[in-house]
Design a protein around this ligand. Structure first.
Ligand code: NAD
Length: 495
């Protein structure tokens, strides 16, 4: 059985804990590897290596750090097919979807390549007689990232590109369900010239995460994953004095107003609902049909479903792969069971399919007449299940979304610019699409939801990422001029 190691001090390092987790091929259901789970002493050793590396890394010139980021970007681009394949084998998403994930991740590296401009401070001359003030942004030290299974390449890039470019050392704890891509990125970073210890991959579970949360040398934690764990990471990390950004789960609504182009809205709902088998935090989960558009819309969505090709990533025609594990597939399927019992209408039941039984497959499902109070509406499903909720008015749609516990992404489909602008004003959600179903911000903006979709004050990547991984130092400076020197016990005034 292949064993997946850590990456500590610039090399593959086998785990010594004796504790392992299985890594499956979700398309076949076979266990293809095991991953070593770090013990507390392994976490400590990894952090020590990162802390040693920090001393020289933060002193390295901005231009040398930038050069490494550029070389890394080239290596990722050169090897993008291989990386997409690695993602597909462990995660299950089809290679074209994995390539899309990577393309969006590369944006974050490109952003970090602009670090010489981005890290410029401010300078004010002559704030008082002979006195100047300037501000600098300095790295935090050793920072950690804890990432989910669903974007094993992109989400780590959201974090480490900015963290490293700003002079921090980064310890990544990837999902134990698809841990290999992180190791390959570590190899590429080394090839790009990154000194040993600046980027560490620590494989592990709760034991490793808890040690990262309490270790005094970890200055900040970035987390992306489900809401209960995000809440825990935020409360524990901040109680231990760390800077924390913890992104959680989602339930993304797509509002379709009566004037919308039905075909465009149906294409968007199907693409955003079933892409990556619905295992995206920005997937559309609920289509909110406003006024009398419901019947036509559901008909347009339904007629598209039989044309979707579900299958393994090795099938070049497949558009949607399996779910990550058997347990998760069964949990998603249980929402279908529950929805019918709660009074919703199961229009297409994805449990009825002729997909390979040994893989973790579930075909697309469509549920109509879904309402608040039903589990299928209130909870994040994270699978290929699209719900339709019918409301009478625009105001009802806004009210529905604003009352939901999650506020990650949302979208509105309409031809009415005024209605779209009002929606953008009214809606209590962090990322909004106007006729765009998956409004993931580009790498030079920042990503973050509201309400139970984000704990902390600073969004991820882009300008917010720079802010997160640096702290400001403000210097007030005067050169000696004996003629103006005197004893003065008053509070310093600007004159
Ligand atoms: P998860 O919360 O189960 O795991 C995320 C990470 O936390 C993993 O590295 C895991 O090892 C670790 N972890 C799990 N249980 C833990 C515990 N009890 N204590 C400490 N650490 C623990 O999430 P997942 O299933 O890997 O990913 C899917 C979830 O991530 C969905 O809820 C999805 O919405 C969310 N997600 C959110 C975003 C976003 O940007 N908001 C992006 C991607 C995924």
């Amino acid at each position: 059985m292949k064993t997946i190691d850590h990456w500590i001090d610039g090399k593959l390092t086998p785990s010594t804990s004796g504790s392992f987790a299985p890594v499956f091929n979700p398309a076949t259901g076979e266990q293809q590897a095991q991953v070593g789970l770090a013990s507390v002493s392994e976490v400590d050793a990894a952090i020590e290596s990162a802390a040693r590396a920090y001393v020289t890394w933060r002193s390295m010139s901005i231009s040398k750090r930038t050069e490494i980021m550029f070389r890394f970007r080239e290596l990722v681009v050169e090897n993008r097919d291989y990386i997409a394949e690695l993602v597909s084998i462990e995660h299950g998403k089809v290679p074209s979807d994995a390539a899309g994930e990577l393309a969006r991740g590369i944006e974050n590296i490109e952003f970090a390549c602009s670090i010489p401009t981005l890290l410029k401070g401010g300078y004010s001359e002559q704030v008082s007689s002979g006195i100047d003030v300037y501000s600098l942004r300095q790295p935090l030290g050793v920072v950690a990232g804890i990432t989910p299974f669903n974007f094993p390449a992109m989400v780590p890039m959201w974090m480490f590109a900015n963290a490293i470019a700003t002079g921090n050392c980064f310890v990544l704890k990837p999902s134990e369900k698809d841990p290999s891509v992180s190791l390959y990125m570590a190899e590429l970073l080394k090839k790009a010239g990154l000194p040993d210890g600046v980027f560490t991959v620590l494989q592990g579970d709760k034991v490793a995460v808890d040690r990262l949360l309490e270790h005094p040398a970890i200055a900040a934690i970035s987390f992306v994953g489900s809401t209960p764990i995000a809440r825990y990471i935020y409360s524990t990390g901040t109680a231990n004095g760390k800077r924390v950004q913890a992104l959680g789960g989602a339930k993304n609504h797509m509002v379709v107003l009566p004037d919308a182009d039905i075909n465009m809205a149906a294409d968007a709902a199907v693409s955003a609902g079933f892409g990556s088998a619905g295992e995206r935090c920005m997937a559309i989960s609920v289509v909110v049909a406003v006024g009398g558009i419901g019947d036509k819309l559901i008909e347009a969505i339904q007629e598209r479903l039989p044309k979707l090709i579900t299958g393994p990533g090795t099938d070049p025609t497949a558009e949607m792969g399996p779910l990550i594990t058997r347990e998760h597939r069964d949990k998603v399927a249980s929402y279908l069971e529950g929805a019918a019992a709660e009074g919703a209408t199961l229009v297409v039941d994805g449990r009825v399919n002729d997909l390979p039984a040994e893989g973790f497959f579930l075909a697309p499902s469509l549920i109509d007449n879904v309402k608040p109070g039903m589990k299928v509406y209130d909870e994040e499903i994270f699978g290929p299940v699209l719900s339709i909720t019918r409301v009478d008015t625009y105001e009802d749609a806004v009210d529905l979304i604003n009352k939901h516990q999650y506020g990650n992404g949302t979208a509105i489909f309409t031809r009415d610019g005024g209605a779209a602008r009002q929606f953008q004003f009214d809606i209590q959600v962090g990322m909004v699409g106007i006729n765009v179903p998956i409004p993931v911000p580009v790498g030079y903006y920042s990503f973050g939801g509201w309400k139970a979709s984000l704990f902390g004050d600073i969004n991820m990547y882009g300008p917010a990422g720079l802010e997160f991984y640096t702290r400001t130092k403000t210097v007030t400076s005067r050169w000696p001029d004996p003629s103006t020197s005197s004893v003065d016990l008053g509070f310093p005034l600007t004159r």
